[in-house]
Design a binder for this molecule. Structure first.
Ligand code: DX5
Ligand code: ZN
Length: 235
């Protein structure tokens, strides 16, 4: 006989993804850092590519992505802080990147670059510096797999979270939901125990964290655990 007790539905809490940024790891042992993040339960590995032009520092290129590919089965989430990214995209796709995110500020032909990435079988992301309005990517939202809100000015790890990023996240969340778009909303810069809950509350689904994960105070596993607990304290 069917029970007459109504089933109480608990909507499942969506899984918030964590993407450790190896920018804060020891550059002399990147492979091990990626393996450690993988064992600690990371969802993506965030790889910050800087060219000395779009941002002052130079980090690494496609060869590093190819080398790291052998250390993890996780998606490599490659953040291209480079001028003229269209020149580099085929090399990063070939190297094994799973997500390639370009800056709107570096792409006068953003739509074309997004399609270039997707035609190579890679997920396409677009990102905005803190001073760049949402309108710079608005027309491309339907074509992308990921939108990244920079919550610091790119170029360096360990900077302080810019509070107005929360409002930008909320507005983008609203736009994606209103249009029924499935692009993931990611946030990058100053994400730590103190800010994680607020970015989740604002609608971010993927949290990049560099110095909060790779530091001298604790193991990667401990840091991931601490950040996950903080993420859960939203709402
Ligand atoms: C900044 C990079 C970030 C950086 C974040 O230009 O895009 O990914 O690693 O570092 P934290 O988490 O320390 O702010
Ligand atoms: Zn980044």
């Amino acid at each position: 006989m069917a029970s007459t007790t109504p089933l109480r539905m608990h909507p499942a809490k969506p899984h918030i993804k964590l993407a450790p940024s190896i920018l804060s790891a020891d550059f002399s042992r990147m492979g091990e850092a990626v393996a450690e993040a993988t064992r600690a339960g990371a969802d993506y590995v965030h790889v910050d590519v800087m060219d000395g032009r779009f941002v002052p520092p130079i980090t690494f290129g496609a060869q590093m992505v190819a080398a790291l590919r052998r250390w993890t089965p996780l998606p490599l989430d490659v953040h291209l802080m480079v001028a003229e990214p269209e020149r580099q995209i085929p090399l990063f796709a070939e190297a094994g990147a799973n997500i390639l995110t370009v800056h709107a500020e570096a792409c006068p032909h953003l739509q074309r670059v997004v399609h270039q990435i997707k035609e190579l079988g890679v997920k396409a992301g677009v990102t905005l510096n803190p001073g760049t309005p949402i309108s710079a990517v608005e027309e491309a939202l339907a074509d992308v797999d990921l939108v990244l809100v920079m919550s610091v000015n790119p170029g360096y790890g360990g900077q302080r979270f810019i509070p107005s990023s929360l409002d930008k996240l909320r507005r983008l969340r609203g736009m994606l939901d209103a249009r029924g778009l499935a692009a993931e909303l990611e946030v990058d810069g100053g994400v730590n125990e103190a800010t994680a809950a607020s970015v989740v509350e604002a609608g971010a689904q993927v949290l990049v964290a560099g110095s909060a994960i790779f530091n001298d105070r604790e193991s990667v596993a401990q840091a991931v655990e601490r950040l996950r607990r903080a993420m859960g304290r939203s709402g």
